[in-house]
Design a protein around this ligand. Structure first.
Ligand code: ADP
Ligand code: ADP
Length: 229
């Protein structure tokens, strides 16, 4: 069964203004789905509903076949790792920042975890390893390096579902492509849901959902969407 299901979801932040109008879609296990659409279409709202920052007024959201209304916040957070556009890092070392992703992990455990094939490709692109200071107290990381740390921090939790919410949108396109290439290496067996507004971000998607004003305007593979023109 699909890992994420939106089933006829209606949602509005305010009573008289519905934002999602009966949205239905499925994210199959292990697939890479991209949600694209103009600003204000409701893309980030989908992420907020997945994390239950808000609940839909009607319809259901399922993860692994289970209604998320019945799932604890802790279990949701174990299942979905999110990488937002502007990740906030602590003024501490890269190692600390990555360890923070896994509650209570020691520096040694992070170093061990970072040998994991999923983490290493992000770490090896960083200046001087885990001891590098981040933020005001030390070296200022570039936007791309910050996002690498943020992605590594999320991946040490080993979440089955990775939600990228405009995770590379603030980066220049070369940095974006480098990070996407690393993500491609590590997420082959992971389900990813990527919210994006740039077409360059979705080259790797198996399936693209085009959202427009809270409705699914189109969906399909690259070939299907291009063929439909
Ligand atoms: P997108 O991510 O596609 O740009 P959003 O999901 O952020 O779109 O927003 C969809 C709509 O919901 C927009 O019209 C936006 O103004 C509105 N919206 C977003 N967040 C809130 C909020 N906290 N309260 C009220 N309206 C909101
Ligand atoms: P955790 O602390 O379990 O590692 P995350 O790394 O998933 O949690 O998120 C870090 C913080 O950012 C949390 O406090 C969460 O509430 C907040 N957050 C995550 N995603 C979003 C989002 N799309 N919009 C607003 N806040 C978010």
């Amino acid at each position: 069964h699909p890992v994420v299901t939106f089933d006829d979801v209606h949602f509005g932040y305010e009573e008289d203004r519905e934002i999602l109008h009966g949205l239905s879609f499925e994210v199959p296990a292990g697939s890479h789905v991209a949600i694209v659409g103009p600003s204000g279409a409701g893309k980030s709202t989908i992420g907020r509903l997945l994390f239950r920052f808000y609940d839909p007024q009607a319809g259901r959201i399922l993860i692994d076949g289970q209604d998320i209304a019945q799932v604890t916040q802790a279990s949701l957070r174990a299942q979905i790792g999110i990488v937002p556009q502007d990740s906030v890092l602590f003024n501490d070392t890269i190692g600390y920042n990555i360890a923070y992703g896994r509650d209570g992990a020691s520096r040694e455990q992070v170093i061990n975890a970072s040998r994991d094939a999923a983490i290493l490709p992000f770490i090896e692109k960083l200046p001087d390893g885990l001891d590098t200071e981040v933020g005001e107290r030390g070296l200022k990381l570039s936007g791309g390096e910050k996002q690498r740390v943020a992605i590594a921090r999320t991946l040490v939790k080993d979440p089955p579902i990775l939600l990228l919410d405009e995770a590379t949108s603030a980066l220049d396109s070369r940095t974006e492509q480098a990070i996407l290439a690393t993500l491609r290496r590590v997420s082959q067996h992971r389900t990813t849901l990527a919210i994006a507004h740039r077409l360059s971000t979705i080259a790797d998607a198996d399936r693209i959902l085009v959202l427009d004003q809270g409705r699914l305007a189109e969906s399909g593979t690259h070939a299907e969407l291009l063929g439909a023109r």
